[in-house]
Design a protein around this ligand. Structure first.
Ligand code: ARG
Length: 576
């Protein structure tokens, strides 16, 4: 049990004992000012209203019933009926010792682990990954890591787009270049340009467009030659994705790829079953699902088309097949989709249809974790100067270069190899952290200067805080982890409380799929460390016990920072 839960259970019990109905929330929060103690219980005013009594009187009653002396040294009533809770330093140090003994920083494992399918990244393989894929990829990956850390069984699903009409055009272009295999492989090394060329031919030359359409039909009917070309293209495109994932320190690999094409053979059955479930309506030759739940502005139902009049299937059809697979084969209890907010109608329609058709049971949690768009300085979606889409690889290279310029300037004494390594880690971390630390559902403005700043809530600031602690250790030579923790100074105690709050932070991160809560926590933790470091000399004190205690606190801070950043997919450095 983390501190918040522990206090919550005790205060809830006291509320019950004081005569308040059972389901009344205790509302436990960390205090935001030290004078208010370490935690506060804010639920008494609400409870008093419920049972129509004076809140301060109720607070006094609750306080009488409250059993907290094992963990708190003082509990006081404040304002209209808050309880301010001051934790005991001895209890805090004992908790921190337990943290050190456990491999997972004493983060408790969930009691009933769920099988959670996480759908994230999902680029379209016809083109190279661009900045539009960044958010899904890194937010999804951070949540996956946190879920696993807490003991859930996570199944990553990279729902890549590898099927559909665009591929006819690409295969047609490949086919016409085939006679010269050198030229073909050279051209395929720049997938983006290859796509543009194919598209141009498709738009300009009717013959080519005709051939492209033929290829789509051939591909779908399993023509071997066509399939070979398609496979060649897909392999190259997936290789690009793998490179990006490795560079980004994202845990996706080929095993997690479950492409749209994999559901191709189920699509016919999906339509049959939707028919059996009485969900299909024909509209101008197309098969659609009309649901009252989805209406447009004019109060007209927005249909979900599942089969076109020419027999072709759609994005929604594949997503329905994927949902069935995730339930039947992967046995998911919960399925999370990290997909752009603009696909919210699509996903909600698919979720509702899948439940109505019993492709997934009512109990399976289906969640669209939408995110906003990454904007340029002008407040419009992030583009190149010329107005094109920014390739992800270009963005990451630029991040590393900018970080290198910073490192060269800040730390010219490091060897070149080390500077390159630092630049790579800091550059990538800066891009990831800038995104992860923002509220998931809003748009945000991409800004090189703020993300690479060594001040404020940034990756470089946190990585630097970690490296600084490492430099203390280098000077100290040894740390005695058996040393007793002394939490006499205000900043020492505050740091200790903060260290123990990782657990409840992760609880919130998992509940709402919000990595920014973890970022805030790490930023505050680093801040608490800095205050402690300024107020409490570590190496300069003559008091051996104090020195050891403080080194141990520094060690706990470093471990917590490293673990927390690791959960965000961000590496730390010993020197920078
Ligand atoms: N390929 C899609 C796109 O680029 C994203 C896939 C999201 N996942 C899903 N199951 N629909 O927009």
């Amino acid at each position: 049990m983390n501190i918040r839960q522990l206090i919550d259970s005790r205060v809830s019990q006291a509320l019950t004992d004081a005569g308040v109905p059972n389901d009344t929330p205790a509302v436990i929060k960390p205090s935001n000012r030290p004078v208010f103690g370490d935690y506060q219980a804010n639920g008494i005013m609400g409870a008093a209203k419920k049972i129509k009594t004076n809140p301060r009187e109720l607070a006094a009653k609750v306080l009488d019933c409250l059993v907290l002396s094992d963990i708190a040294e003082k509990v006081e009533i404040a304002g209209p009926g808050f309880l301010n809770i001051h934790l005991k330093p001895e209890w805090l140090s004992q908790q921190l010792d337990q943290t050190l003994d456990s491999k997972t920083l004493n983060i408790e494992q969930v009691k009933t682990p769920q099988t959670i399918v996480v759908d994230y990244s999902g680029p379209n393989l016809a083109k190279e990954m661009h900045v539009g894929h960044l958010r899904s990829t890194i937010i999804g990956d951070a949540i996956v890591r946190v879920l696993e850390f807490r003991g859930h069984q996570v199944i990553r699903q990279n729902h890549v787009g590898d099927w559909g009409t665009q591929f006819g055009m690409l295969i047609a272009h490949m086919n016409s270049l085939q006679s010269s295999s050198d030229e073909l492989s050279m051209k395929l090394s720049d997938l983006e340009a290859f796509y543009r060329e194919a598209k141009k031919r498709f738009d300009d030359a009717p013959d080519f467009a005709e051939a492209a359409r033929d290829y789509v039909v051939k591909l779908q009917s399993g023509d071997p030659e066509c399939h070979r070309l398609w496979q060649q293209f897909i392999d190259i495109s997936l290789q690009h994705c793998d490179d990006i994932y490795a560079r980004l320190n994202v845990s996706l690999n080929r095993e997690h790829v479950m492409p749209e094409s994999a559901y191709n053979n189920d699509l016919k059955q999906v339509i049959t079953d939707l028919g059996t479930a009485d969900l299909l309506t024909e509209d101008q030759g197309a098969k659609c699902v009309f649901l009252e739940d989805f209406k447009g502005k004019d109060d007209k139902i927005l249909p979900t088309i599942v089969q076109k009049s020419d027999g072709g299937y759609l994005y929604a059809t594949t997503d329905l097949a994927a949902l069935r697979y995730r339930h039947q084969t992967l046995h998911a209890n919960r399925i999370l989709y990290f997909v752009d907010a603009r696909q919210s109608l699509h996903l909600n329609q698919v979720f509702t249809i899948a439940k109505k058709a019993h492709f997934v049971p009512e109990a399976t949690q289906l969640e669209h974790l939408a995110f906003g768009t990454m904007m340029g300085k002008d407040g419009k979606p992030f583009k190149t100067r010329a107005g094109g889409t920014v390739k992800l690889i270009e963005l990451l290279k630029e991040a590393e270069q900018r970080a290198l310029a910073l490192v060269n300037q800040k730390n010219p004494d490091l060897s070149e190899a080390e500077r390159l390594l630092v630049a790579q880690k800091v550059g990538i971390a800066a891009v990831k952290y800038a995104d992860l630390s923002k509220n998931r559902s809003s748009d945000y403005i991409f800004n090189w200067d703020s993300m690479l700043s060594f001040e404020g809530n940034t990756a470089p600031y946190l990585q630097y805080a970690y490296a600084r602690i490492q430099s203390i250790f280098r000077k100290a030579n040894t740390i005695d982890l058996q040393a007793a923790l002394i939490l006499d100074e205000k900043t020492e105690k505050q740091l200790a409380v903060k260290l123990l709050q990782l657990s409840e932070t992760l609880e919130t991160v998992v509940k709402d799929s919000t990595p920014n809560i973890l970022c805030n926590y790490l930023f505050e933790l680093a801040g608490h460390f800095m205050s402690f470091y300024e107020a409490c000399p570590i190496l300069k004190t003559d008091n051996e016990a104090m020195r050891n205690s403080r080194l141990k606190l520094a060690h706990l801070t470093a471990t917590t920072l490293k673990t927390g950043l690791g959960l965000l997919g961000i590496d730390t450095l010993d020197r920078m």
